[in-house]
Design a protein around this ligand. Sequence first.
Ligand code: GDP
Ligand code: MG
Length: 343
Amino acid sequence: MKSGFVAILGRPNAGKSTLLNALTGEKVAIVTAKPQTTRNRIAGVVEVPAIKGKQQAAQIVFVDTPGVHKPGSELDRRMLQEVQEALETRDLVLVLMDATRRVQLGEPATDARPKEKGARGVWASEDEFLFTLIHDLDCPVFLVLTKVDLVRKEQLLPLITSLTGRYNFAQILPISALKRDGLDLLLSKIVEALPAGERYFPKDQYTDQPLRFMAAELIRESILIETGEEVPYASAVIIEQFEEPAPKARKPVTRISAVIYCERDGQKAILIGKGGSKLKAIGSGARRKIESLVGTQVYLEIHVIVEPGWRDSSAFIESLNWRNQLEKLATVQDDDEGDVKKG
Ligand SMILES: Nc1nc2c(ncn2[C@@H]2O[C@H](COP(=O)(O)OP(=O)(O)O)[C@@H](O)[C@H]2O)c(=O)[nH]1
Ligand SMILES: [Mg+2]
């Protein structure tokens, strides 16, 4: 059999998380129309069955990453680090490009142009930045043009020409993650390129994320849907308590207590809303999704706390990372088992 890690790389909003979910057939990563939805690298595991005489069986570990953009805050720098960490352990890279975007033909990279959204100069220089990340990779890199359900075929050609002029891609594959078009071909091209190897994850595991982090992400997705302006970007969610139902409970309930951190009083007021109406909407939207994730009824309690300037606090940002949270939980458990508790 074959196996390997496949990093999904691209600009914000390219459709990376949508592709991850389409490939795994599960809601592994949250998806919204807003850029910079994904903050951590997230693995989604796909089992590909063998096709007799054609293709070996494979386990592909796709790694979704935050959108590549030039960092402004400490949070941005941490997100870029997640991208780089995904690139350290990979057997193949997918560069995902939104097929609906405009083409820049041979434009010079410059930051001197106005920084409005979609301004040509900014697009070009941010692309250049993405290309520097893949510049020295010693593995196959596929160009995947996604959202082709939104464009006519003849529109693709100029985009392909301009992108292949910059990098020697091993494959160029048009897909639509939304319509699930082109995914089988993409999978078989990936399997072809992967090395022989054993599974990295148990056969029935579809992600590396712990449930409590997925619950935090679903709450963040609700915030992204329910609020506008800078509120979603200034918000972070931490699960303080995640209590699974007692074994054999007649009516199993998962009890979750979460905190939404924001940066200013005004943002807190927006998150809570008139008479608590906004927080209620965020909570009930998230609760439904968490219920379908954990498969039990969920009691969800949410508090909002102002943590001024957290996006520039590396200590706070590190505490958001579930890999760090797991380490901390393990230490607490060790302490509980071994030592007499202080205080
Ligand atoms: N029409 C269409 N929209 C898509 C497709 N893939 C993603 N999108 C949309 O593009 C937006 C960004 O998707 P997301 O997966 O969050 O992008 P990411 O930031 O790269 O992870 C969302 O509104 C998606 O619904 C696609 O294949 N077709
Ligand atoms: Mg994403």
